[in-house]
Design a protein around this ligand. Structure first.
Ligand code: MG
Length: 462
């Protein structure tokens, strides 16, 4: 059984993710570090605004202390704020953030952070998982149980770090009027304050931290951001910024209250960053070709990883990249830290608007346009691996007939065409295969999806 999903351990609080699990997961992390370093670790812990956060955090703290770890509780913080804190505190060996990110309110999760502030590697997750199931915990003698301290300065430290990483003066000169929607999440403690300190005039909505999420669902999809759109239009604001529950992601609306495609933002920032910073950029195989176009224009190397921010972040460290991310609002800025960083993304977009003099609605004109299509197919057999093997074999065999240029199997099967791509990927959680495509014309994107669907149907016996 796999405990860790794409983003840590997640489940409905007190049903799928219980205090007992939090206790043992924390003991597993502590034991893993004790085995590795020979001394009991120092661990930083925090939560998002979820109701069940205290329950799970206190169970985890208890588990850590029982293994002799010393613990610093930093309260309610965005995930990237905790990561920044771990990175800055050289004596910290790891971090735990209790969050379910963008999931609905009944969920919670436990995500572990490595000593450099990046997400824990898949190998380390696996090692911790093994300890969890073996229950071979390094329980301390009663004289060596750990101590618990508290530090309330994490959010302030995170804000200060961002203010140092952007051109504060350029942003201040503009006195932007912005609307923030932090959706009752952990970003409520950071984003409105950060924007104010960049001399923005801030209209903040959903800024009361509340684990019932009365304002909107923690996932900042365009359809739940209608109020932000209305406030932008009525107040004639320059920009709208919304975050998910743990504020590692940020999405944007322009001065007309229109949602800006996350792929456009990812690529537009890439273009802006590559004008000043030289180095590779990293994204996943599912990202829009806009990002690759931007890299090509700037003559910057680009690397593709499997879907998920852990893989993007790890690759960025490996190739010493300047920037990376995904089109879902998760952007990583090496000049600040190697993790998805919602408040930093907001500050960079403000800097980009200030320095280029562009309006937010003009950002989409700075990158090429593409059309996207997708579909999903329910599998008759739960064995997605077998279906994928068959699909891959046949599509590689039919290269000429299909008419693509190259194929890659970094994650699923991706076919690169002259004017776009098609990606077939099995879902990690359900017996479903997804087909996505992108092309310069809508007709071609539809055509590529149809081709993919044909092969999936064949493998599915329908
Ligand atoms: Mg998140």
């Amino acid at each position: 059984m796999a405990l860790f999903g794409t983003n840590g351990v997640r489940g409905v609080a007190n049903v799928e993710l219980t205090p007992e699990m939090a206790l043992d997961l924390a003991r597993s992390l502590s034991t893993f570090l004790l085995n590795k370093n020979g001394t009991p670790p120092k661990i930083i812990i925090g939560t998002d605004t979820r109701i069940s956060g205290h329950m799970l955090k206190n169970a985890a703290v208890s588990g850590l202390l029982s293994c002799g770890a010393s613990v610093m509780d930093i309260g309610v913080v965005p995930t990237p704020a905790l990561q920044f804190y771990v990175k800055k505190h050289r004596d910290a060996d790891a971090g735990i953030i209790v969050t379910a990110s963008h999931n609905p309110r009944e969920y919670n999760g436990i995500k572990m952070i490595a000593e450099d502030g990046t997400e824990l590697s898949r190998d380390d997750e696996k090692a911790i998982e093994d300890i969890y199931f073996s229950k071979k915990f390094g329980i301390a003698d009663w004289t060596k149980t750990g101590c618990l301290l508290r530090d309330d300065n994490c959010n302030e430290m995170y804000i200060a770090g961002i203010l140092e990483a952007v051109d504060k003066k350029a942003i201040e000169k503009k006195s932007f009027k912005i609307v923030t929607d932090t959706g009752n999440g952990a970003g409520s403690f950071v984003l409105p304050d950060l924007a104010s300190r960049l001399s923005c005039r801030v209209l903040s909505i959903g800024a009361d931290p509340n684990g019932m999420f009365p304002w909107r669902n923690p996932e900042p999809l365009p359809e739940v951001l209608t109020e932000m759109s209305a406030v932008i239009r009525h107040s004639k604001a320059d920009l709208g910024i919304a975050q998910d529950g743990d504020a590692d992601r940020a999405v944007f609306m322009d001065e007309n209250g229109d949602f800006i495609d996350g792929e456009v933002i990812l690529a537009a920032i890439g273009k802006y960053i590559l004008q000043k910073e030289k180095g590779p950029i990293v994204t996943t195989v599912a990202t829009s070709r806009r990002f690759a176009d931007v890299a090509e224009d700037a003559k910057a190397p680009i690397y593709f990883t499997p879907v998920g921010s852990i893989d993007v972040g790890r690759k960025m460290v490996e190739v010493n990249a300047v920037y990376g991310g995904e089109g879902n609002g998760g952007m990583i800025f090496a000049r600040h830290q190697i993790c998805r960083d919602g408040a930093m993304a907001a500050a960079i977009v403000l800097e980009m608007l200030a320095k280029t003099g562009m309006k937010a609605s003009e950002l989409k004109k700075t990158v090429p346009n593409y059309f996207n299509e997708k579909t999903k197919i329910k599998l008759k057999s739960p064995d997605a691996k077998k279906a994928m093997a068959e699909i891959t074999k046949k599509m590689i065999r039919d290269k000429k007939e299909i008419g693509y240029q190259s194929a890659e199997t970094v994650d699923g099967l991706k076919l690169n065409f002259n004017n776009g791509w098609m990606l077939i990927r099995p879902s990690g959680t359900e017996p479903i295969i997804r087909v996505a495509a992108e092309a310069k014309t809508k007709a071609d994107a539809e055509k590529y999806v149809k081709i993919g669907q044909k092969y999936v149907d064949e493998a599915n016996g329908s």
